[in-house]
Design a protein around this ligand. Structure first.
Ligand code: ATP
Ligand code: MG
Length: 438
């Protein structure tokens, strides 16, 4: 992609309205534009990141056995009356009346819709287990939308819903999502720690929030430091029996503020390992049993023929929040540092002299070679000062910067910079391509 033909509206000044670094950088790097409080347009570069995150989430959901569908953003109020949540949900729900005076709403979540779909088709335990997920825009009329996409009103969420014949099955479904989440966040270069979270009136131990540690996080969390550096289990696990793995991850103390027990924290965690920090919630998994299936009559026949409410859990990931969270975790003074797996392009190709024919042709050659090998390139062919191009490249944070100019080229060399480390090397083009594609 040629930058001269692209749409990358970067800002020089730091936007005054943005309080945290990820919000400032997202505005400055031309990733998003605010259209109303908590409502954003995703500009081309931001959209690419959002799509890559979405794809990682999708792949890990599918690996764990979940099946993708797409539910509508607009929902009927009557479904929420059936579950009993319509009046309880309060002002975060955006309520809308259609031309026939029917009460509708912009979905803040989709337990009711998915239960309605489930009960229309599934009647027997033989069709279980089932886990349905979608990646869809949600709307919550948050009291204080802030920090850019971290707490928006309109935001992209992956929400999965598991259906099982009994609690033991539901626990297996829960464990699969638990492990899928560890792998998902780790693939994005994040260290997300599962923390015990409030299960509300249902009780039990099956609710975890996945938290990324960051000073600007909205949640106060307490955990054993050793959890933070535990590597993700990876895809090669026994997906039918994850209990030992989950037990191992939940044995060490980790709790959000609502669940925190100071006395237990001090008893269980050695002083040097006690971590009390701020965190960003990027995912939340939750077993809630018959909460929706009972009132909405989503019943299945068990092996004995008797009908019973299906056991459900729900599993959310804040897909758009993750864009901000990744930047909070990975940036420096000069701008964003994208982890390779979510970067909007792999390489920033900086053409130092677009009017020089030899340089232009070397750049073309580099683009072709890289794209042939499956790498995406943003080619800065603009007629601008080198300093401005370097600043843009650092700001937008692509993993590699490939710098081609007349001086180096005369010696058969180009410059290659790794954005994350700042490490530079002057090497022949072929060698630079080898390093990038390694
Ligand atoms: P929070 O405590 O941050 O309001 P929540 O408990 O309301 O989150 P869930 O209903 O569990 O969130 O939603 C699943 C995921 O969606 C959350 O873990 C979070 O990553 C994301 N999310 C929730 N609300 C927002 C929002 N207003 N803007 C962006 N992402 C959000
Ligand atoms: Mg909320």
């Amino acid at each position: 992609m040629r930058l001269s033909r692209y749409f990358l509206p970067t800002l020089k000044e730091t936007p005054a309205e943005a309080q945290i670094v990820s919000h400032r950088l997202m505005l400055r790097a031309g990733l998003i534009r605010q259209e109303a409080a908590g409502i954003y347009a995703w500009l081309p570069l931001g959209l690419k990141v959002l799509r890559r995150i979405e794809q990682i989430v999708r792949e890990e959901q599918e690996r764990a056995g979940a099946v993708e569908l797409l539910m509508p953003t607009m929902q009927l109020a009557d479904l929420w009356r059936e579950s009993g949540r319509y009046d309880d949900y309060g002002q975060e729900m955006l309520r809308i009346t259609d031309r026939h005076e029917r009460d509708m709403l912009f979905g803040p979540t989709a337990e009711e819709v998915v239960t309605d779909i489930f009960r229309a088709y599934v009647k027997s335990y033989r069709d279980l287990p089932l886990n349905l997920f979608n990646i869809q825009w949600k709307f919550r009329d948050e009291q204080r939308p802030r920090f850019g996409v971290m707490r928006g009103r309109e935001f992209l969420m992956k929400d999965a819903y598991s259906f099982d014949v009994d609690e033991a099955g539901a626990r297996r479904a829960y464990n699969r999502m638990f492990v899928a989440y560890l792998n998902t966040f780790s693939r994005m270069g994040l260290k997300a720690v599962p923390m015990r979270a409030d299960t509300g009136p249902i009780g039990g131990d099956l609710s975890h929030e996945f938290i990324i540690l960051a000073e600007t996080g909205e949640s106060q969390v307490f955990c054993d430091r050793r959890l933070v550096d535990m590597a993700a289990p990876g895809p090669d696990v026994d997906w039918d029996d994850l209990q030992a793995l989950v037990d191992q991850r939940t044995a060490l103390y980790a709790a959000t503020e609502e669940m925190h027990e100071p006395a237990r924290f001090e008893a269980e965690v050695g002083e040097g390992d006690r971590l009390s920090a701020r965190g960003i919630e990027v995912g939340h998994i939750f077993y809630f049993g018959e909460k929706y299936s009972r009132p909405m009559r989503a019943f299945v026949a068990g092996p004995d023929g008797a009908e019973r409410p299906v056991h459900m859990g729900s599993y959310g990931v804040g897909v758009s929040r993750l864009v901000g969270a990744i930047i909070e975790a990975s940036h420096d003074e000069a701008g964003i540092i994208w982890p390779d797996p979510v970067a909007p392009f792999d390489v920033a190709l900086i053409n130092l002299r677009p009017d020089d024919e030899a340089v232009a042709s070397a750049c073309e050659q580099a683009v072709q070679a890289l794209e042939q090998r499956g790498r995406s390139v943003l080619h800065d062919d603009r007629d601008d000062r080198p300093g401005a191009k370097f600043a843009t490249a650092d700001l937008i944070g692509l993993p590699w910067q490939l710098i081609i100019g007349p001086k180096g080229l005369a010696e058969g060399k180009v410059e290659l910079k790794r954005r994350a480390t700042g490490e530079r090397q002057s090497v022949p083009l072929e060698q630079a391509l080898e390093i990038i594609c390694a």
